[in-house]
Write a protein that binds this ligand. Sequence first.
Ligand code: DO4
Ligand code: MG
Length: 282
Amino acid sequence: MHLYKTSKGNILKQEASFFLLNDDWDALINQQNLYTHLLQLTTIAEKISDADAANFISNYLLPPIGSQEVWAAGVTYLRSRDARMEESEDTGAADCYQRVYEAERPELFFKSLPHRVSGHQQKVNIRKDSTWNVPEPELTLFINSTGNIQAYTIGNDMSSRSIEGENPLYLPQAKMYERSTALGPCLLVTEAPIPLSTAINITINRDGTTMFDDATTLEKMKRSLTELANWLFREMDFEQGCFLMTGTCLVPPNDFTLHEDDVVNISIEGIGVLTNSIAEKK
Ligand code: DO4
Ligand code: MG
């Protein structure tokens, strides 16, 4: 099932039918079993036409987040470890990425409050004080308040490689700034966990030319999704649940940096496509 948040109400797509759910987003998604809850709602909710649903989703879409915090996991794929070791080679910090890749405790960091999150077709930012910027395509989990994964969405963990590469203690500045997070276009709510064969793809387009195009599957991830969720919930309560980005495996070559107006498309099988263009540096 796909759940879209729009300014005209929440739209549930179940098989070929669309339903309008006027519930508060936080209360709607923070369920013990979101799949069963939504299935029950389809027996009483207002059915809407394909044309109305398409209009709401095309013209009134919001990022699929309410009051939740967004957290992120890092160095969960070999490709991310290697890229970070390369960018921090000159500063002597490369070893910390190797150690966290192998450690029992994962890297988890705070990424965003909801008001800084962009949705599908909204702009994301690159920092004015950064010279090397990339998108990071990441499967993103919605975890309910009791720590159970209930839904999946697509995340873009926009990152400054020059700032993180200068010193790993600058990670919060490399990762957290206005509109450095994109989520969307919807939540995928499934009865069973998402298959590890699920494909993730990214393309970056500039003036009609594809600058980068790569794909992977979740199989390449070093850690399991429940392992990451359990670590995050060890000593923290999330009253309305939270979002957790699960790390990147797709990194453009080292001579690539994002430019204003570049268009980033991230697709995850079963969820859809998250598109964001890069805002003008002000
Ligand atoms: O270690 C820094 C951040 C890692 C990250 O964001 C990722 O691997 O996706
Ligand atoms: Mg990341």
